[in-house]
Design a binder for this molecule. Structure first.
Ligand SMILES: Nc1ncnc2c1ncn2[C@@H]1O[C@H](COP(=O)(O)OP(=O)(O)OP(=O)(O)O)[C@@H](O)[C@H]1O
Length: 255
């Protein structure tokens, strides 16, 4: 069976300091995975290695069985991996619809060829309309992105992230900065729009972790020390030791 995403003995040092020290992970297609770990454990660095922002010192990243480590982020994106960032990267002066259409066109590679661009505009329009409904922004179609609420901006960003049709999606703290109600709504939205896709999120909020994840990957000192279902991770002695008295140990019942 081919994994959607695989990390094989991944290492990354900054200067002489090893930060990722032999990380291994094998994610099945369609799994939703929360990556958790103490501050400074290397979660963002792992995401940067997966999305191509950083190259590993050694080891490999495989996407759908194909080696992607060493490729540029846009090449990895073309191969089916899309990442959204903690900092929203939408175009503030474009409307919701225009933002989504840009995302679709960009991902299809129609940036430079104007004639090709025009001929595919209908496709892009249709996909943008569909995305807009999926992320619940159809009533904000012509509103400039800068005039959306924070939660709506995040929803738009998710739309842009999934818009290219990638089958592996990376989200950095998707609910950061949201209220409890917004968070609950947003978890549902993420669940819906990622059906059939493989999802990795870096997450600190244990409510989100237990509400969203099929599996949890626990990163401690640059290694994945546990990768299992939320229940099994909560019961794992090594994880409890790493998290003594902190949210994972305290997250009884999931929320
Ligand atoms: N470009 C860099 N150059 C040097 N050191 C770095 C660089 N990026 C990250 N680090 C260091 O690597 C370690 C891991 O950082 P990273 O941001 O990956 O951790 P994290 O688990 O995402 O933390 P947090 O939960 O606080 O966001 C930290 O000590 C950080 O200072």
């Amino acid at each position: 069976m081919t994994y959607a995403l695989e990390l094989k003995d991944l290492h990354k040092s900054f200067g002489k300091t090893p930060i990722i020290r032999g990380a291994n992970l094998a994610v099945n297609p369609g799994e939703r995975v929360a990556v958790i770990g103490p501050n400074g454990a290397g979660k963002s660095t792992l995401f940067n290695l997966i999305s191509g922002r950083l190259a590993p010192t050694s080891g490999e990243v495989l996407l759908n069985g194909e080696r992607i480590s060493g490729l540029a982020p846009y090449e990895i994106n073309r191969k089916g991996l899309s990442r959204s960032f903690q900092i929203t990267n939408i175009f503030p002066k474009l409307s919701v619809f225009e933002n989504l259409r840009c995302g679709v066109l960009w991902s299809l590679g129609y940036r430079y060829t104007f004639l090709r661009f025009l001929s595919r505009m209908d496709d892009a329009n249709e996909r943008a309309e569909l995305l807009m409904r999926q992320v619940g922004l159809e009533r904000k179609r012509d509103v400039l992105a800068m005039n959306l609420t924070y939660a709506e901006q995040r929803a738009l960003e998710i739309g842009i992230t999934i818009g290219g049709g990638a089958n592996v999606i990376l989200l950095d703290e998707p609910t950061a900065g949201m209220s409890k109600t917004e968070t609950a709504h947003f978890i549902n939205l993420i669940r819906e729009v990622t059906v059939g896709k493989t999802l990795l999120t870096v997450e600190h909020d244990m409510g989100v972790v237990f509400g969203l994840a099929d599996k949890i990957a626990v990163v401690v000192y640059g290694e994945v020390i546990a990768y299992d279902t939320p229940e099994a991770v909560r019961a794992n002695a090594r994880v409890q030791e790493a998290y003594l008295g902190s949210p994972v140990a305290d997250a009884q019942g999931g929320h």
